[in-house]
Design a protein around this ligand. Structure first.
Ligand code: FES
Length: 256
């Protein structure tokens, strides 16, 4: 690995960093190892890992953009899911892999289930009414981008959620609800996303806001979950109501 960190000629301190390590070819279970890392004020956790790699401590981890946009460096830092490139290095930090996916090696987890779930949920827009995409107004396009397109799919919110993907829960979790809401808001989507959210266990969300607290791009899964839930209630209630007589509008009293 080529280190992207600036040379640390004059460290301002030496910090201790604990990393949970696991090599499937050598270890029967993960274990903690402790390292001494030179610290300068701009240093992030990902840079500390790169520095260790350059010293011959080949800790497996993922990184790519180093600017909080690709989501690949997500891990547990002091017990909380976070991006390593977005977290300043502090003394006595403890770093572990995310918990919701099978462990591969050290800080790397197997996320191959993600593309499978995209396929299963059909999270691409399905044509609703044949309207050409270039007729979608700039305003609705901008709104869609503002609300949804910023999700970097780091899966941090899934790790933070206390009810998703646990043994007794059928709730897929905040990121998937956000993706369902995104697909629903797409001007060309014609799937019943409200029923899909219900089938994926949206009712189990406790609105504890843990997912929002950790989102590195400040998205609001809870706001979308609440919108999906109220849309679902409206859809189910309206579905049970007898059809309105022709020529009447909601709130308009029928003439006797
Ligand atoms: S390396 Fe891309 S988000 Fe951290």
């Amino acid at each position: 690995m080529t280190s992207y960190i600036p040379p640390i000629d004059k460290p301002q301190a030496i910090y201790t960093l604990s990393v949970k390590r696991f090599d499937p070819e050598r270890d029967s279970a993960p274990h903690w190892e402790t390292y001494q890392v030179p610290w300068v004020v701009t240093m992030t956790v990902v840079e500390a890992l790169e520095w260790l790699w350059d010293q011959g401590h080949y800790i497996a981890f993922r990184t790519n953009c180093r600017e909080f946009t690709c989501g690949s460096c997500a891990m547990l830092i002091n017990g909380k899911p976070a991006l390593a490139c977005d977290t300043p290095l502090k003394d006595r930090m403890r770093i572990e892999p995310l918990t919701r996916y099978p462990l591969v090696k050290d800080l790397v987890v197997d996320q191959s289930a993600v593309p499978k779930k995209w396929k299963e949920l059909k999270l691409w827009p399905h044509v609703r009414d044949g309207k050409p995409i270039d007729e979608v107004s700039a305003e609705s396009r901008a709104g869609w981008h503002r609300s949804f397109a910023r999700c970097i799919e780091c899966y941090i919110c899934l790790d933070a959620c206390p009810v998703s993907d646990t043994e007794d829960s059928e709730y897929d979790g905040p990121m998937w609800m956000l993706q369902i809401a995104r697909a629903r808001a797409h001007p060309k989507d014609g799937q019943d996303r409200l029923e899909q959210a219900a089938q994926r266990g949206i009712g189990a969300c406790t609105t504890c806001y843990e997912c929002e607290g950790v989102c590195p791009v400040n998205l609001s899964p809870i706001k979308e979950i609440q919108r999906l839930r109220s849309g679902l209630v409206r859809q189910r209630l309206v579905g049970r109501r007898p059809a309105r007589p022709e020529g009447t509008r909601l709130g308009q009293r029928r003439k006797q």
